[in-house]
Design a protein around this ligand. Structure first.
Ligand code: TRP
Length: 434
């Protein structure tokens, strides 16, 4: 079965080399594996929790989108979108908020850390804490559950959030699923094999340590300058060096094949000077990053192209989110009055008198559904879907909402059949299920 892999990228800051090696590159590689359907999105609603400077929010969204595209993300293969383009996520956020225990949010690490910091400073425990920060894990659960992701690759600091998403999903399934799993329970995925890249001083490369190497910013000049500042021991050229204790080597290895790695180590043991060693590292990274940097500059110069890609991604994501959210609304009881009014108590139709939906797959590999009358006449024909699941969600929607689902639905009336006939058939179907 296809595994859905989903991850969010909070749009604050500008990506550095550590982000590329630790997150972007492995995610793109994983998205090319067979049997995987990847959802990558810009978590710009999450960014608002951390930043209230509109210009920075806008800039960071653009730069991060351009970085992923320049790094080779294939948007025909993956679904790449902005969280804020999917209104269904915020709607789901509320449905989930209503089943989330406040006590569980009290225990969230990010919130607790802020409270602890306030207490340490002898301030009010809630000083500067917004409801956005407090409810952060629920929004994240909505991101994940909206698309029924099986796997969520994240950093260690996010593990608790995925566990919370599972809990909320379980609770929702239990309350509203009527024995059916409305939500897939997501699994956290920690990439053990992916190295964390050390920064200039040898600690983990991170903006908060101010030890980063820029990925694209400042061009090859800035790259050269940053590499020159990497801390090494003070051995002179000619003196043998220990490659295993030099984080310059770790940075080198992140861009080198096995043979290049071995040669670099051997040369350092043989006395290669640090200056020359750094030049090699610059060349190696430049060969990898240079072409990406050109694509990046081109994208930044044409933000409308990025916009177009993201709009297309949003449409793709919403093709799943819209019918699923409508199913969830039904499940919690937010239903059309019409379907309720048309149901005739005590007069449930006999199954065989009721029109039927059929789902099927054509020789073209695409999925379809159709509605036929109890007598077998074709009433309604769907268009083609790439995923059987999409056809399934529409059928489910028609069965619960009846004729209300017709507006904007990807279906057409059969020749010679009028809308009233179809509406009546759908009403009969809904009534039969009451
Ligand atoms: N909170 C995540 C982070 O800071 C980003 C994120 C938001 C996310 N929504 C998500 C990650 C959903 C995975 C799934 O890294």
């Amino acid at each position: 079965m296809t595994q859905r892999v989903l991850t969010g990228i909070t749009t604050t800051g500008t990506p550095h080399l550590g982000n590329y090696v630790g997150a972007i590159r492995p995610a793109i590689a994983a998205s090319r594996e067979p049997g995987v359907e990847s959802f990558f999105f810009l978590a710009d609603y999450h960014a608002l929790i951390k930043c209230d400077d509109p210009a920075r929010i806008a800039r960071s969204r653009l730069e991060i989108a351009a970085t992923w595209l320049a790094a080779g993300l294939d948007t025909n293969r993956v679904t790449f979108y902005r969280q804020s383009d999917i209104p269904e996520i915020t709607e789901l956020n509320w449905l989930l908020t209503c089943v989330t225990a406040k006590g569980q949010m009290n225990r969230a690490h990010a919130y607790k850390a802020s409270v602890d910091a306030n207490v340490a400073k002898e301030e009010d425990p809630d000083a500067g804490i917004t409801m956005g920060l407090y409810c952060y894990p629920i929004l994240m659960a909505a991101d994940i559950l909206m698309f029924n992701a099986h796997r969520v690759p994240v950093g260690r600091d996010q593990v608790q959030h995925i566990e919370m998403a599972r809990d909320v999903a379980m609770r929702f399934n239990h309350l509203y699923g009527q024995g059916k799993e409305l939500f897939v329970l997501p699994e956290v995925e920690i990439e053990e094999s992916v190295a964390t890249l050390p920064g200039l001083d040898g600690r983990k490369m991170s903006k908060s340590y101010d030890n980063t190497v820029p990925l694209f910013e400042g061009g090859s000049k800035a790259l050269k300058e940053a590499i020159a500042r990497i801390v090494t021991d003070s051995k002179l050229p000619g003196e043998p060096k220990d490659p295993d204790s030099a984080h310059l080597v770790t940075i080198h290895d992140a861009f080198a094949d096995a043979a290049t790695r071995d040669a670099f180590r051997a040369d350092l043991r043989g006395g290669l000077g640090w200056g020359e060693a750094k030049q090699r590292v610059v060349q190696l990274i430049e060969a990898h990053v240079g072409p990406m940097r050109e694509r990046y500059a081109d994208l930044i110069a044409h933000p409308e192209r990025i916009e177009e890609v993201l709009q297309a991604g949003a449409a793709k994501a919403r093709a799943t989110a819209t019918p699923f959210l409508s199913e969830l609304r039904q499940a919690v009881g937010l239903r059309q009055m019409v379907a309720v009014a048309q149901a005739q108590p005590g007069k449930a139709a006999v199954r065989s008198d009721v029109p039927v939906f059929k789902q099927y797959r054509e020789a073209d590999g695409q999925f379809y559904f159709k509605l036929t009358s109890a007598g077998g006449d074709l009433l309604l024909q769907s268009q083609a879907f790439a995923e059987g699941r999409e056809a399934g969600s529409w059928v489910k929607r028609f069965k619960t909402e009846g004729a209300q689902a017709l507006a904007g639905a990807p279906v057409s009336l059969a020749d010679g059949v009028d809308a009233a006939t179809v509406e009546a058939a759908l009403a009969a179907l809904v009534a039969a299920q009451e």
